[in-house]
Ligand binder design. Sequence first.
Ligand code: UDX
Length: 421
Amino acid sequence: MNVSVIGAGHVGLVTAACFADLGHTVWVVNRNTEKAAAINAGKPPFHEQGLEELLIRHAGTNLFAGTGYDPIAQCDLIFICVGTPSAKDGNADLSLVKAASLSVGDALRETERDHVVVVKSTVPPGSTERLVRPAVLEQAGRNDIGFAANPEFLREGYGVEDFQYPDRIVIGSNDQQTLNQVTAAYDGINAPILKTGITAAEMIKYASNAFLATKISFANEMGNICKQLGVDVYEVMQGVGMDHRISPHFLNAGVGFGGPCLQKDTSALIRLAENLGEEPQLLPSVLEVNEGQPLRMVTLLEHRIGSLAGKRIAVLGLAFKAETDDVRDSRAISVIRSLLDKGAVVVAYDPIAIPAMRCIFPEITYCTDEREALKEADACLIMTEWPQFSMLDDAFEGMRAQVVIEGRRILTCGTREGLCW
Ligand code: UDX
């Protein structure tokens, strides 16, 4: 099929590359000419496992990137994959979705063929019907275009794997022909396909991310209680997770969830509920627990070494998780801010996220490796689970005092203390 993808972020570019690998001809439309040139040269503009080899294999053959919307006139399916960041009030900012819809409508004005517009961006339930459909149809001056919602469930860094081996494919549409068209795009992917209404499909995405966030905050609340009991929460959650109704996944207690999605989507769902006249109780508490976890790291540190004023604190792990340079909503941000507020001298290290964090905290010292960060440090906070952080026993020797607190469960040395264990 001829497919276009609007937006070349982690979702759009992974989707485009994987559709190309399924044999479709794919046009990627994005605002940035440098990014388009990099894609056409087979160079991914960010880290996603397996993406580079897909781009090398398909760029210039059946995957093309550019900034113009012209190619979509010849496309059967047009996937909108632009970002929907949080607005200041917690609502989803849909300005990029609106702009993309208008541009898509413009490009479909004169064509003589069938098209389906598919919203893959995470949007508040109701957005495809209330925002995308009218914007496209008005701009196109026609009403014979199909619409669908097809949310993604990709983990950043593992998007190719999650696209090619999904637990499920969700396709929402109100007409059978559109459902068939979008289903055909996934020929070759071996996974159950759930066909449902458009708004239900949008809600499945929000409810999935809100539940993942809830599982993590539940594990953290149990962890905080277990810490007081002197019980290892990982032993407890191992027992809990053996219940097939619960599953062992996403029950890792620690410094909490960061990243561009879980907080954003849970907040947007809360705002949506309130706009509908509901007063959600559970979801706000999920976010409150999460906001408290990083500050517990600092409180625990103060219990261990007293006042932080003038103390040299090494922070290892700056991104929102290991294997990524993405610092969006990273738990390290509130930890570093709190340490600085308390007069600590912060030295930081991360294998790949230093350039990103330097934009947020230009004033702290960034080190070239863990050993340099730990040298003469009064304490160390470990914020992400990079495997290399689990082999620091001799590097800890270089500290002024071996006070090591981990917010992710990776260390084995006896001296370490866990946030919830
Ligand atoms: C998440 C969802 O997993 C994915 O399905 C959705 O499409 C986008 O949001 P992502 O945010 O990329 O993916 O990363 P993920 O691996 O889910 O981790 C999110 C955050 O939760 C990270 O900060 C991670 O450290 C934290 N986490 C994850 C926990 O604290 N405990 C866990 O058990 C799992």
